[in-house]
Ligand binder design. Sequence first.
Ligand code: KIV
Length: 282
Amino acid sequence: MSDMGERIKPVRAPDLKAKKRRGERITMLTAYDATMAGLLDRAGIDVLLVGDSLGMVVEGHDSTIPVTLDAMIHHTRAVCRGTKRALVVADMPFMTYQTGVDDAVRNAGRLIQQGGAGAVKIEGGRAVLDVAARLNDVGIPVMGHLGLTPQSVLRLGGYRPQACTSEDADELIAEAQTLEAAGVFALVLESIPAEVAATVTRELTIPTIGIGAGSYCDGQVLVSYDAFGMFDKFVPSFVKQYAQLGEQIVSATEQYISDVREGRFPAHEHTVGATTRRSGRD
Ligand code: KIV
């Protein structure tokens, strides 16, 4: 229930296609914990992606490849606990679906059943068609991901724009169509030319959600740590930073350190029997 007492209608996978039909843009951000998920949900975000980007921004790895299924379930649970309205989509990590349809069903099942996700996301085109179709058949909504697919970074040789030649663009458009036919309910397009994303968006009835793919997609997604200026190891050129929370956190921490060192915090009256806000902890 919201503050006004009316019931909140959760976003479900089919709602995204309905949004595309109505010409409404879809908004998606990544979240990895309950507090952040609650804030983004309160702001009205449509989709929260528990991205395997957590391997880089939360766990400190150089790629998404080391992320485990257990870690994804752990973070998905936390995000779901903080979310009332948004659709929570959980990334299937590297080697949890590429090894076969049965593995994919079992592992996606854990993200839905134990993690609480409303859908899963897999990367790739032709190589994952049978997986996409089977997950859809057993009732698990699947989001696709084409273009720069970070789990293939070793084969791609780096985080580079994709579908830049006309052959590669044609191949990507064909793969998008086969993914739609296999039953995916939405498609992330990462780091591809805007005109290729525009063609895919026009050709498909399912929504496209772009990241570094121009403005013609049906929706946009950003890694929240990038969007809020919290991750400074590498900021992709297409990112718009809506805040500089990293700088604010450093500055707040400096103030805290200085207050403690100089004896300004805690204030004297709060140390002697004052009522505390969190009675369970203080
Ligand atoms: O893992 C992730 O955050 C993603 C987005 C970049 C789309 O897949």
